[in-house]
Design a binder for this molecule. Structure first.
Ligand SMILES: CC(C)(COP(=O)(O)OP(=O)(O)OC[C@H]1O[C@@H](n2cnc3c(N)ncnc32)[C@H](O)[C@@H]1OP(=O)(O)O)[C@@H](O)C(=O)NCCC(=O)NCCS
Length: 335
C-alpha cells in the first residue's frame, strides 16, 4: 500500500465549521420491523444505534447548503468572498452538473469556481487537501469544502448487510490563509485493485441504467464487508503513522484523533494498533451511522461543542472508503 505524503504544509487553516443533519431519526429497532435484523446485532457488530434520514424532498445540495450556510454564519464570512466551493460526495444530486455548482449558487458564492470531488468516504480529507493546496500555493484565499451525503437513497433497503450501516448528513469547513501554518501534513492514498469491494455497479458508463440493472438492484451500494474491514484497519494505521512521521510528532502529541465513522470495531482496532488512549479518540457513529464524507466534520462540530477539541489542540483526522481510498491530515485546531 503506497500513500502520497506531503510534509509541513504552510499557510492554511480551518477558519469556520458548520454542520447539518436531517431531523428524522431511524433507529435499529425500526429497521428490525421491516428487515431480518436486531438492534443487538447492529449495535454489537457496528456500534450504530440510529441514523438520520433526509426528507423525500431533500437532495445532497440541500444538506450541503445548510452546512455551508452554518459555517458562513458562524464565522460571519461573506459568501461573495469565496474563491472556490468543493463538494465531496458519493451521492450528488445528479451525475451532472456538479452539486457544488448548485450549492455555490444557493449560498451566494457568485465569484467562486465550483466542482465536486469524489474519493469515496475519504472525500472530506481529499477535499481538505485540495483546499489547503490552493490556499498554501496562494492561488486562492477562501475555499469552502463541504462533505454531504444522502446515502439513504443509494442503499438497498432489502439488504441487511449494508443498509443498517449508513446515514445522511453534511459538514462544511472554510480553509483560509494564516501566517502560522496550522496544517502540518497530509497523506492521500488509493488502491484501485479493490474497486469492486465497495461500489454502485450500474448507472455509469460501464453499465448504463436498464430494466435489467434496476431489476438486479445494481443501482444500490454493494460491499464486501470483511475485505473493507481488513483494508480499513490497515490503511488507517499506516496513513496515520505516515503523517505523524512527516510532522515529526508522536501519538502522545495528538490531543484528538477523529477517524472516519464506519464501524466502532474498525475504530477500536486502529486505536489499539496506533497506541492511542481511549480518551484521545472521538466517535459519534452511535447516533449517525456512517455518513461518508460528512462523518469527520460532524465529529469536529460535536468535539468542539463538547469541549473535547479546543483552539491550539493537535488534531489527527483519517478517512477510508471506496476506491479503495484513504487519507489523513494532521493539523493544529485554530478555531
Ligand atoms: C458489514 C460488517 C458490519 C459485517 O460484520 P461481520 O461481523 O463481518 O459479519 P459477517 O459479514 O461475518 O456476517 C455474519 C452473519 O451476520 C449476518 N448479517 C449481516 N448483516 C446482518 C444484520 N444487519 N442483521 C443480522 N444479521 C446480519 C450475515 O448474513 C452473516 O450470516 P451467516 O453467517 O449466516 O452468513 C463488517 O464487515 C463491516 O463493518 N465491514 C466494514 C464495512 C464498512 O466500513 N464500509 C464502509 C467503508 S467507508
Amino acid at each position: 500500500m503506497i500513500g502520497l505524503s506531503r510534509g509541513n504544509v504552510k499557510g492554511a487553516r480551518i477558519s469556520a465549521l458548520g454542520v447539518y443533519v436531517p431531523e428524522r431519526v431511524l433507529t435499529n429497532d425500526e429497521i428490525s420491523q421491516f428487515l431480518d435484523t436486531t438492534d443487538e446485532w447492529i449495535t454489537s457488530r457496528t456500534g450504530i444505534r440510529e441514523r438520520h434520514i433526509a426528507r423525500p424532498d431533500q437532495a445532497c445540495s440541500d444538506l450541503a447548503t445548510e452546512a455551508a450556510r452554518a459555517a458562513l454564519v458562524s464565522s460571519g464570512f461573506d459568501p461573495e468572498l469565496l474563491d472556490l466551493v468543493i463538494v465531496t460526495t458519493i451521492t450528488p444530486d445528479m451525475t451532472f452538473p456538479a452539486t457544488a455548482s448548485i450549492v455555490a449558487h444557493n449560498i451566494g458564492a457568485t465569484r467562486a469556481g465550483a466542482f465536486d470531488l469524489e474519493a469515496g468516504c475519504t472525500g472530506f480529507v481529499y477535499g481538505l487537501a485540495v483546499a489547503t493546496a490552493f490556499v498554501a500555493a496562494n492561488i486562492y484565499r477562501n475555499v469552502l469544502v463541504v462533505g454531504a451525503e444522502v446515502l439513504s437513497r443509494i442503499l438497498d433497503w432489502e439488504d441487511r448487510s449494508t443498509c443498517v450501516l449508513f446515514g445522511d448528513g453534511a459538514g462544511a469547513v472554510l480553509v483560509t490563509p494564516t501566517d502560522n501554518g496550522s496544517i502540518f501534513s497530509f497523506d492521500l492514498g488509493n488502491d484501485g485493485s479493490g474497486a469492486q469491494f465497495l461500489s454502485i455497479p450500474a448507472g455509469g458508463s460501464r453499465q448504463p441504467a436498464s430494466h435489467e440493472t434496476v431489476k438486479d438492484h445494481l443501482h444500490f451500494t454493494q460491499m464486501n464487508g470483511s475485505k473493507v474491514f481488513k483494508f480499513a484497519t490497515r490503511a488507517v494505521v499506516e496513513s496515520c503513522e505516515k503523517v505523524l512521521v512527516d510532522a515529526g510528532l508522536a501519538v502522545a502529541d495528538v490531543d484528538l484523533f477523529v477517524p472516519h465513522q464506519a464501524n466502532i470495531r474498525i475504530i477500536e482496532t486502529a486505536r489499539k494498533r496506533l497506541g492511542f488512549r481511549k480518551d484521545q479518540v472521538f466517535a459519534n457513529l452511535e447516533r449517525y451511522g456512517n455518513t461518508s464524507c460528512a462523518s469527520i466534520p460532524l465529529c469536529l462540530e460535536e468535539a468542539v461543542t463538547s469541549g473535547r477539541l479546543k483552539k491550539g489542540d493537535t488534531l489527527l483526522m483519517a478517512g477510508f472508503g471506496a476506491g479503495l481510498t484513504w487519507g489523513s491530515c494532521l493539523t493544529r485546531w485554530d478555531l
